[in-house]
Each structure stands twice: as C-alpha cells, then as structure tokens.
Design a protein around this ligand. Structure first.
Ligand SMILES: Cc1ncc(COP(=O)(O)O)c(/C=N/[C@H](C(=O)O)[C@@H](O)C(C)C)c1O
Length: 387
C-alpha cells in the first residue's frame, strides 16, 4: 500500500480488520466480470457516463491554444464524487454491509454517498464539519432530502479533517454493518488505490476522446487537488504517456505570504495523518495546522499519498492558485462558455488562464471540470465586484 515512501496503513489496531476485509474485496471482487459489468451499467445508466469532452472556442481564441474540459460536472449529483461512491457502495453491498458512512467538506461527496445509498437501498450517515454545514447549506439540504443523517462535527477546526476523525471513530464501532465510503484518494491503504480504481474511468474516457477529436495526445492534463481523487482519476489515463504533462493545482488560500492555505505539496512537509504518510500542513511538533480555501472541497491540510509520490518522482508537477484567481476563472468560464464551474474546479481553470504563455501555440490542453458551481452561489455573490 505504498507509493514510493508515501501511503501505508498508520491506524489503530481496531481498524485493521475492516481495512483487511476491504483489501480482500479490492483484490477478489472488484476485478470480477460480474462486478465490472454492474459498475459500468450504473455509470452509464444512473450516473449518465460517459461525460463529454467540451471544447471552449471563446477561451481558446484568447489563449492561442485549445482548451478542453472533461465534464465531470455533468454527472448525476454534479461532480466526479459519484464515480467513487457508487463503486464503493456496490462493493459494500457485495461485502454484506447494510449501510454507508462518509465524510464531506464541500458536501458533494456527502450528496453523492447519500444518492448511492438510495440507489442501492442502504442507509447513510455523513460526518461534516460544523463550519462546512454552514457554508455549504445547499448540499446539506440535498443530503437530508435524500434521507441521509448529517452529523455536524464540532471538534477541532470543525472542517473536513475533524469530520474524517469522527468518521473513523464511528467506523471502529460500527464496522460490522457500515462501510466507510472514503470520499477521496487519501486515507489508509487500500483507500487511495480503491478510489483511484473507481475514478480511473475519467482518464480512460478522456484519453480516447482527445485522440478521437484531435488525433493526438494532449500537451497537458490539469486538475485541482483537494484529497486528490479527481486528479488521480484523470491522470491515471495518461500516466504511461510520458510526453503528457500532468499538473495538479492546489489551493493557496488568500495567497499572502504565510497565509492559511490548502497546499500541502507546495507548502507543506512529510508527515502522518488519517492513516497515511503524505505531505501535510503541520507545525514543528507534527500538530496539523488549520487549512483554508474559498473552495470547501479543497480545504484539507493533507493530500492523497500517490500525489505526494508523483511530485517526489517528478511525473507530475504541483502548483497553487489563490482564492481571487479562482474567482476570476469562475467568472471567465461562466461568461465565455456558459459553464458555471465549482470553485474547486475553477482553481484548475485559473492555472491555465494565469499561465497561458507556458502552453505552446495551438496545443491541446484538458482541464478536469470536477464539479458544477450551484453550491457556490452564496460564496460568489459575496464577491460583488465579480458580477
Ligand atoms: C466539486 C469538487 N471538486 C474537487 C474536489 C476536491 O476533491 P478531490 O477531487 O478528491 O481532490 C471536491 C471535493 N469535495 C469533497 C466533498 O465534497 O466532500 C471534499 O470536501 C473532501 C472529500 C476532500 C469537490 O467537491
């Protein structure tokens, strides 16, 4: 369960049995034809895959090269999260579990898990930092409509990292009946591998689509990085094509020197959190620092271990974009192409718009549009100079 020196299973003894059970299921159930057929059927007929690869004519004209968007915002529930949680929910069912538990920050993972639970006739409990319950109320209403129990987490910084801690404690107690549907490509082994497996459909589709549309591989593939699942999903389709540049975009917060951010690869150090060795925002004693981003989905002080490794070995590069740049990209894409992106995805778009001279004229670039921006209306409207 390692990616270079990163990854592993740094958890309390009590968590080893359910993790071993999950490792066994990943090895013996996921590769079966029956499971793959059922999963593909749900992805096609329930999620609505495959997602389009949309060319952006107006932005491309300004940029001098072709910008394509992989439209994970068009999936059922509005983001890439559904790919992973459906795979995990199906697996949980095969493992005889009766209910799902998960964590959420932006709320998209919570909504996706509540949706998958309904589709498969399972109960669902979602742990969500009290701060996030406030700032992503649109998604809290959707989770409750879907019949999920939303547990506001009041401990620590009351955001995602605290929700994960509570969810792991709950799982220790309820492991016989609950499957922990981990929402991103992080956490103890086998979660980073399991989540990449279920998100890899994005990269497979994008590679076939770009070849069909342009007859060549893209110059670069760009995705925002919170825990790392949408990025690893699309990267996995191109990782064996060394000529394709992979760019992970972290959230720099306000961007001022020393400001609170969510950029553990760019600004953090090596450590242990949530059962994994990875890059983290931590003080000299290893205490996790609070993170910040205007995008709730990127507001996490850690990152999936595979990204820490891809950065270490240089196969992918990791950059950062601040709140204001993300908001400007949000507006640019909305007004230029009629697509309202999630603030998380806006970070990936912002990197292209802010660094256009780094891309050769007439090349082709794919940005993973991980989600839609409905949930962010209140946040964006507070930035009145935008509209
Ligand atoms: C639309 C959208 N785009 C990107 C992300 C970042 O999550 P990753 O793709 O796992 O890096 C997110 C993350 N959302 C999670 C959530 O909704 O719970 C997030 O807050 C945590 C699971 C990390 C998202 O909602």
């Amino acid at each position: 369960g390692y990616f270079g020196k990163f990854g592993g299973q740094y958890v309390a003894e009590l968590l080893i049995p359910p993790l071993k059970e999950l490792e066994h299921a990943l090895k013996h159930i996921v590769p079966t034809e029956a499971f793959q057929k059922e999963f593909s059927d749900y992805l096609k007929n329930y999620v609505g895959r495959e997602s389009p690869l949309t060319h952006c004519p107006t932005l491309s004209k300004d940029l001098g090269f072709n910008l394509y968007l992989k439209r994970e915002d068009l999936n059922h529930t509005g983001s890439h999260k559904i790919n992973n949680v459906l795979g995990q929910a199906l697996l949980a069912k095969h493992m005889g579990k009766k209910a799902l538990l998960t964590e959420t920050g932006a709320g998209m993972n919570g909504v996706a898990t509540a949706t998958a639970a309904r589709a498969l006739g399972m109960d669902c409990i979602v742990f969500m930092g009290a701060v996030d319950v406030e700032r992503q109320s649109h998604n809290v209403r959707r989770m409750k409509l879907l019949g999920a129990t939303v547990v506001p987490v009041e401990s620590g910084s009351k955001t995602l990292k605290d929700a994960i801690n509570e969810a792991l404690r709950f799982w220790i107690k309820e492991q016989a009946t609950y499957h922990y549907c981990f929402g991103t490509a992080a956490g103890p082994h086998p979660f980073p591998t399991l989540v990449r497996e279920f998100q890899s459909v994005v990269g497979k589709e994008a590679r076939r689509q770009i070849l069909e549309r342009t007859g060549a591989l893209p110059h670069s593939v760009i995705a925002c990085v919170g825990g790392g699942s949408n990025a690893i999903g699309i990267f996995s389709g191109f990782i064996d094509d060394p000529e394709v540049q992979l760019i992970g975009v972290e959230a720099a917060g306000t961007g001022e020197e020393g400001c609170t951010n969510s950029a553990p690869i760019c600004l953090g150090t090596d450590g242990i959190l949530h059962g994994q060795r990875t890059m983290l925002l931590q003080d000299d004693d290893g205490q996790i620092l609070p993170s910040h981003s205007i995008a709730g989905g990127l507001d996490y002080p850690g990152v999936g271990p595979e990204h820490a490794h891809l950065n270490d070995c240089g196969r992918a590069i990791y950059v950062k974009v601040n709140d204001c740049q993300a908001l400007n990209a949000f507006k640019a894409l909305t007004r230029a192409e009629g697509i309202i992106p999630a603030l998380e995805s806006s970070h990936a778009v912002a990197y292209v718009l802010e660094n256009k001279d780094e891309f050769p004229k007439d090349c082709n670039v794919i940005v993973n549009l991980s989600g839609r921006g409905d949930k962010d209306m209140d946040i964006v409207e507070q930035c009145t100079e935008l509209f």
